[in-house]
Design a protein around this ligand. Structure first.
Ligand code: HEM
Length: 81
C-alpha cells in the first residue's frame, strides 16, 4: 500500500479521527493541532502520515484551550467518556 486508501480518510484527505486517541498520546495530538509544521518537519510518525496522505495538514491557528477541547471531543468520539 503506497498511500492511505479513501476508506481510511475523511473529506479533508487526512486520516480521520476515529480511534486516534488509542493510536496517539494526548501530547502528540496537541502538538499536531498546535504545531503541525514542526511535527511534519521533525516527528517520524507525522512524516509517515504525510507520505501516506500526500497532502500537508494546514495549520488551524487554534488556541491551546481550543486544542484541548478538540482532544476532549476526540476522546468522546472514541467512546472514552
Ligand atoms: C481543527 C482542525 C483539525 C484538527 C484538530 C486536526 C487534527 C489532526 C490530527 C490529530 C492528526 C493525526 C491523525 C492520526 O494520527 O491518525 C491529523 C493529521 C492530518 N490532518 Fe488534520 N486536523 C485538522 C484539520 C485538518 C484539515 C483542514 C486538513 C486538510 C488538508 C487536515 C489534513 C490532515 C492530514 C493530511 C494529516 C496527515 C498528516 C499530513 O499529511 O500532514 N487536517 N490532523
Amino acid at each position: 500500500m503506497r498511500v492511505l486508501p479513501p476508506a481510511r480518510r475523511n473529506e479533508t484527505g487526512g486520516p480521520g479521527w476515529k480511534g486516534v486517541t488509542s493510536r496517539r498520546k494526548p501530547e502528540w495530538i496537541m502538538n499536531m493541532i498546535l504545531n503541525v509544521d514542526m511535527m511534519l518537519g521533525k516527528d517520524a510518525e507525522a512524516q509517515k502520515l504525510l507520505e501516506l496522505c500526500l497532502v500537508r495538514m494546514p495549520n488551524q491557528n487554534l488556541s491551546e484551550a481550543e486544542a484541548r477541547s478538540m482532544v476532549e471531543f476526540m476522546r468522546s468520539n472514541d467512546g472514552e467518556k
